[in-house]
Ligand binder design. Structure first.
Ligand SMILES: Nc1ncnc2c1ncn2[C@@H]1O[C@H](COP(=O)(O)OP(=O)(O)O)[C@@H](O)[C@H]1O
Ligand SMILES: [Mg+2]
Length: 247
């Protein structure tokens, strides 16, 4: 297996009004290419902070972070932004689409931060990822014209368009009803089968079990790191499907 990401002894401390919060405490994780990780734990345990560090939105107080063997733990803001735009795809709980851009324009946005793509290449890439999430027919609509589930699928397309090394999703189904949540989780299952590396924060134990590896945090620490068998993953998808029919 090839290591994509290596976190070594990562800590993150926030200082606000003389109160010190240690949000992450001695975190060690190696993420291999093609893994689908779930990250769970109670509110305030540090999940979002860890995802922000993984996504280079912030840097650790101490420790080292290697992505594709490059140390990114102490880069400048601009250097982090460059690597982020090339290697990271984000999906947020609240979709974060831009309301006055069309679906097509929203999805193409990450590509406009990178130079070197022709108009034709951009159109092809956007077309491909919209097809992957089954939203091509809505490309000229605006976000407010779509359901929450559709907006989240567009957000996944936007995360995929620059062909990132890893997709980071923070409670991606948190704002969705169960039917739309299942559609987004099924999309993640498919992306994983196609080889994507994914790290998803979720508080739902059944959703967590769909991942190939389940991480659990408590109070800034990693307290569990378990590989999940394919049969357990299948079972979790089936349970979700049965619950959906029953609801
Ligand atoms: N920007 C920040 N400034 C100060 N404290 C923060 C900040 N972000 C997170 N924290 C604190 O760090 C801890 C972990 O937060 P977070 O990562 O958001 O938890 P989770 O996503 O698991 O709910 C919490 O105690 C939170 O209050
Ligand atoms: Mg959070």
């Amino acid at each position: 297996m090839t290591a994509l990401i290596e976190l070594k002894d990562i800590t993150k401390t926030f200082l606000t009004e003389e109160i010190e919060t240690r949000a992450l405490n001695s975190i060690n994780i190696t993420i291999n290419k093609g893994e689908y990780l779930s990250l769970s734990g109670q509110s305030g345990c540090g999940k979002s902070t860890l995802l922000s560090l993984l996504g280079l939105l912030d840097s650790p107080t101490s420790g080292s972070y290697l992505i594709n063997n490059v140390d990114v733990s102490s880069l400048s803001r601009d250097q982090r932004a460059k690597i982020r735009s090339e290697q990271i795809g984000f999906v947020f709980q609240s979709f974060n689409l831009i309301s006055d851009l069309t679906i097509f324009e929203n999805v193409m946005l990450p590509l406009t931060y990178q130079s070197g793509f022709s108009k034709k290449e951009i159109a092809e890439k956007v077309h491909d990822v919209l097809a992957k999430v089954e939203m091509s027919h809505r490309k000229d609509h605006f976000p407010s014209q779509l359901s929450g589930g559709q907006q989240q699928r567009v957000a996944v397309a936007r995360a995929l368009v620059n062909d990132p090394a890893i997709i980071l999703a923070d409670e991606p189904t948190g704002n969705l009803d169960s039917k739309n949540a299942q559609a987004v989780l099924a999309l993640f299952d498919k992306l994983h089968q196609d080889g994507a590396t994914i790290c998803m924060v979720t508080h739902d134990p059944i959703s967590a079990k769909r991942a190939s590896r389940c991480l659990e945090m408590f109070d800034g620490r990693l307290i569990a790191d378990n590989l999940n068998t394919p049969s357990h993953q299948k079972l979790a998808s089936s349970v979700a499907a049965i619950e959906l029919v029953a609801s």
